[in-house]
Design a protein around this ligand. Structure first.
Ligand code: PLP
Length: 384
């Protein structure tokens, strides 16, 4: 079976380094906070080009804490996508606000700025784009809408560690981009373009930890300070709790292990892009499948195709029978999850169509060219 993601090669190749990092923490006896966490926060902030990085215990908590420090709560609306992992919407609900789902662009799987603009009301406080599958959302137009309406923006970067905005504004359609904000954003890492960026280091993400871990980044020292306070029970100083916070610190062991992987992420992301381009070239002329466009700054967390004409589930079964594991991210969009059954959400035609068509193929930094070719021939056979 070709697995959807194979962590084995990395774990085998770097086992000695990981054991050494673990031993460092073991011998220090310091498991919460301390030098490993501080060093990781410094190194990751430098790599991303941002002033502050706050280590947390998950990507979900990073989203919750971002919304909290921006003062978002009951009565507020946050515009986001329903075509994402539930944690994105869950974080909005967790702080007591209402997720308002805007439809996505069928070409990019990301928020469609026109639909975001339609969704703005007097209750809207923020926009929460997701860089889905490692593909950068159309930040120019989202930020332009946010500034026009006085909204905050938080980036869900759980799937986009290391991605860089190439300037696609999803609006100028191949013409010279007319949006002035674009020049402020081009070349910047995801997570660093707006108020705050939330990252997940869940083991299957592009920078994965050895358990749960997450990160919040910002250039604003007041927001960073508020996030540090919230992650430690709302206290800056022991026994001086000032607000209701969380127990959401990054473990020293996770920080030490993440420091081993951090210098390799760019290399790994380039390897993912190369594998994705090989897929896209091999599938370009296969009828019944729509391949994603791979742009230079994207990091291909998932390689996700669309299988047309209602064939997706049959094709997935044929691939499984032929030894290729696939996944559907996400078969049930957030607005159709049982948790929101009574919430009265209107249909989202593009999101619902994509949920019925998408299929993610095996991808990772160690996907060999021969393996990629086996996947594409199996897919072409299944569609023939
Ligand atoms: C993984 C993921 C999260 C949640 O991250 P955890 O670290 O698992 O809490 C949030 N949003 C998206 C889009 C994700 O893929």
């Amino acid at each position: 079976m070709i697995p959807i993601l194979d962590l084995g090669p990395d774990l085998r190749q770097h086992e000695a380094d990981y054991v050494e990092a673990f031993r460092r923490v073991l011998r220090s006896g310091q498991f919460i906070g301390g030098p490993e966490v501080e060093a990781f926060e410094r190194e990751v902030a430098e790599l991303l080009g941002v002033a502050h990085a706050v280590g947390l215990n998950s990507g979900t908590d990073a989203l919750v804490i971002a919304l909290r420090v921006l003062g978002i709560g009951p009565g507020d609306e946050v515009i986001t996508t329903a075509f994402t992992f539930f944690a994105t919407a869950e974080a909005v609900s967790q702080v007591g606000a209402r997720p308002v789902f805007a439809d996505v662009d069928e070409r990019t799987f990301n928020l469609d700025p026109d639909r975001v603009e339609d969704a703005v009301t007097e209750r809207t406080r923020a926009i929460l784009p997701v860089h889905l599958y490692g593909r950068v959302a159309p930040m120019t137009r989202l930020l332009e809408i946010a500034r026009r309406h006085g909204l905050a923006v938080v980036e869900d970067c759980a799937q986009s560690f290391g991605a860089v905005y190439s300037g696609d504004c999803a609006g100028c359609h191949g013409h010279e981009c007319v949006h002035a904000i674009r020049t402020e954003l081009v070349g910047r890492q995801t997570g660093t373009m707006v108020e705050m960026g939330a990252f997940s280091f869940f083991p299957s993400k592009n920078l994965g930890a050895f358990g749960d871990a997450g990160l919040l980044v910002t250039d604003d020292s007041d927001l960073a300070d508020a996030a540090r306070q919230l992650r430690a029970h709302g206290s800056r100083q022991r026994y001086r709790n000032e607000t209701i916070g969380y127990n959401s610190r990054l473990d020293a062991i996770q920080a030490a292990l993440l420091r081993e992987r951090l210098p390799r992420v760019a290399f790994d992301n380039a390897a993912r892009r190369a594998a994705a381009r090989r897929y896209t070239a091999a599938l370009a002329d296969v009828a019944g499948v729509v391949v994603p466009e791979i742009r230079d700054g994207d990091v291909v967390h998932q390689y996700t195709v669309r299988i047309l004409r209602g064939q997706r589930d049959r094709v997935a079964e044929a691939l499984a029978a032929g030894g290729v594991e696939t996944r559907v991210y996400y078969s049930v969009p957030c607005h159709r999850l049982p948790v929101y059954a009574g919430a009265g959400y209107p249909p989202l035609p593009v999101t619902e169509q994509l949920a019925a068509e998408v299929l993610s193929l095996p991808i990772g930094p160690h996907l060999a060219p021969e393996t990629a070719d086996r996947v594409t021939s199996a897919l072409a056979r299944a569609l023939a």
